[in-house]
Write a protein that binds this ligand. Structure first.
Ligand SMILES: [Zn+2]
Length: 586
């Protein structure tokens, strides 16, 4: 009887999955691109190449140029609010520094190397929960106040709803640059490739580029029709325009791309994509830039004052992330045969101040309070004690699986094993877990997708999990936790392969298909796992619009939630304590 019923359920499941696959496949290919017929508004509008005469420079003249830069702000406003942290960071902590620099150097150029509008809960809230059409995101509001001149687009900037990105570009008092993004078949870039400034008698060109690795991480619907060209070739084309037609004196490369060429190189080449981190390569092989500002890698370089930069042919600086500090470059020039010649350059890094600037903070207060209210919403689960890293990861894996199990009971999961571990305030102990905690533990805005995978593909997707079991190095973003099955080292055979067993204690069949939940990050190609396992788009069953962190949070809101065993070490259902409290009150 039960065997026959099981068979019918299996047949029905296969039918439903096939139909949904066909449906997803069919609707996606029909959808029009959100980028079709679009052109940027505001300061990014009406890009034009001008034939400019070379600036006249007086004989014997001297001048200076001050450049300040941030990168990978990820919407970060302040470390004192939303997700409080001990180390000061956030753009509000750089306001005084920028004002001081500008007071001494009114002609300063202020730049940012991208990944600006995604990350901080304030960006998330005003992008996904409560969009405000008449105001830019808080981070853009602060950047407008600080009078940024230009920023590069970053890969994460394509993550919020495209309408949010478009709106913020239009409402920015600065240009968003990306010379290597085109709409299919178009020759000209979609965004302005560069911007020209004349400061203290020096004509400065700023060329913006974005990592061409975008398709590895961003959902196809968000970037449909967009082509991300190779950086070095694109740079070669535009520097010629800048030097020969725009007649600039000083050339800055503003790149949302790291300087370690080998990083993610294989991941990208498996998908026929160019080097995602080509800033260092351009610094070495296209020595016409005077300065390169490299973002994306969240690196700080140099960390202190110096007039000597080593490592690349062209000076390359990296301003870190989340406005933990501000990179500055002070260039001294002297006229020589009618040209500006650089006589000395001083690089520095100014750390974020302990307190946020109060006037701008006050201005943002009503919006911050809305976000805080959202972050303070509670689950029905209590913090017994703080977990250590291992306990957090183990509980996280089980919670992730429990949360997606509500959607499709038969499905398995391969969701992130790594959760960001942070020291939490003592006051959290004995209190209910809040949405805030999931913003800390799961900082990335991952959604989930259901994929039909062969047993052998599941095994390949667990490669980093296996390496980690042996104590070998594995990038944390590539370690997936098995959900709904176990993956143990097969000791019966020689070698060190994983042995996958379902909860029904049946071994996995390599040639059988299983429905598995992944994050959209790993499905799109993040970490290179999908390419290794040869996943293809026909295996996609469905995409969920809910974010993984929200799904887990909602799961824990139910008063009758059954906590996974591994979470009971540090969490417990609150009903008991709640009744305790009310008893105490009576
Ligand atoms: Zn990035």
């Amino acid at each position: 009887m039960s065997k026959q019923r099981g068979l019918w359920v299996a047949i029905l499941l296969i039918f439903v999955l096939t139909m949904t696959t066909w449906h997803v496949w069919n609707t996606e290919s029909k959808l029009d691109s959100v980028w079709k017929n679009w052109s940027p508004a505001g300061k990014s509008a009406n890009f034009k190449i001008l034939n400019r005469q070379k600036l006249l420079i007086k004989q014997g003249a001297k001048t200076i140029l001050l450049i300040a830069a941030t990168s990978d702000l990820h919407g970060t406003l302040t470390s004192t609010r939303l997700l409080p942290r001990t180390r000061p960071r956030g753009l509000l902590h750089l306001v005084q520094k920028v004002r001081q620099l500008r007071a001494n150097n009114p002609e300063m150029i202020l730049l940012d190397a991208g990944d600006t509008i995604q990350g901080d809960p304030s960006s998330f809230y005003f992008s996904h929960i409560f969009q405000e059409k008449l105001k830019p995101l808080p981070i853009i509001e602060v950047m407008n106040q600080l009078k940024y001149d230009a920023i590069a687009l970053g890969n994460h900037d394509f993550e919020p709803p495209v309408s949010v990105l478009k709106q913020n570009i239009a409402q920015s008092n600065f240009s968003w640059l990306a010379a290597n993004v085109r709409f299919k078949n178009a020759k000209q870039p979609l965004f302005p490739p560069y911007k020209i400034f004349i400061r203290n008698g020096v004509r400065v060109g700023v060329l913006g580029l974005i990592t061409p690795g975008v398709p590895l991480w961003i959902d196809p619907e968000q970037r449909k029709g967009l082509i991300f060209d190779e950086m070095l070739e694109t740079a070669k084309y535009w520097v010629k325009v800048l030097r020969e037609e725009e007649n600039i004196d000083f050339l800055i490369g503003l790149f949302h791309s790291g300087d370690n060429t080998r990083y993610d190189q294989y991941v990208a080449s498996a998908r026929d994509l160019p080097y995602p981190n080509a800033a260092g390569m351009i610094a070495d092989y296209l020595p016409v830039f005077d300065l390169i500002i490299s973002g994306h890698a969240h690196r700080i370089s140099p960390k202190r004052r110096t007039n000597q930069l080593n490592g690349h042919q062209t000076p390359l600086i990296s301003p870190g992330t989340a406005a933990e500090g501000l990179s500055t470059v002070l260039v001294n020039f002297e006229e020589q045969s009618g040209h500006w010649k650089i006589t000395e350059t001083v690089y520095d890094y100014l750390k974020a101040e302990v307190s946020p600037e109060s006037q701008l903070l006050n201005k943002l207060e009503p919006r911050l309070q809305k976000v805080e209210k959202y972050l303070q919403e509670q689950t029905s689960v209590l913090f017994k004690r703080f977990p250590n890293k291992i306990e957090l990861y183990a509980c996280g894996a089980e919670l992730s699986f429990a949360a997606v199990k509500n959607l499709v009971p038969e499905a398995l999961s391969l969701l992130p094993w790594w959760w960001r571990f942070e020291k939490l305030p003592e006051s959290d102990l004995g209190n209910l877990l809040r949405r805030e905690h999931f913003f800390r533990w799961l900082p990335y805005d991952n959604r989930i997708v259901l994929v039909q995978m062969f047993g052998r593909q599941i095994e390949i997707m667990l490669e980093s999990y296996r390496r980690q079991k042996f104590g070998w190095y594995a990038r944390s973003s590539t370690i997936l936790a098995p959900g709904g099955f176990t993956a143990e080292v097969d000791k019966s055979r020689k070698g060190s392969r994983l042995f996958l067993t379902g909860l029904d204690e049946h071994a996995f069949n390599k040639e059988k298909m299983y429905p598995v939940w992944l994050t959209n990050f790993h499905w799109n190609g993040g970490g290179g796992l999908g390419a290794k396992a040869l996943l293809n788009s026909r295996q996609l069953v469905r995409k969920e619009s809910v974010h993984l962190r929200e799904l887990i949070f909602q799961h824990l809101r139910s008063p009758s939630v059954k906590l996974p065993e591994k979470c009971k070490l540090f969490l417990e259902n609150s009903t008991r304590s709640a009744s305790h409290n009310s008893e105490a009150g009576q």
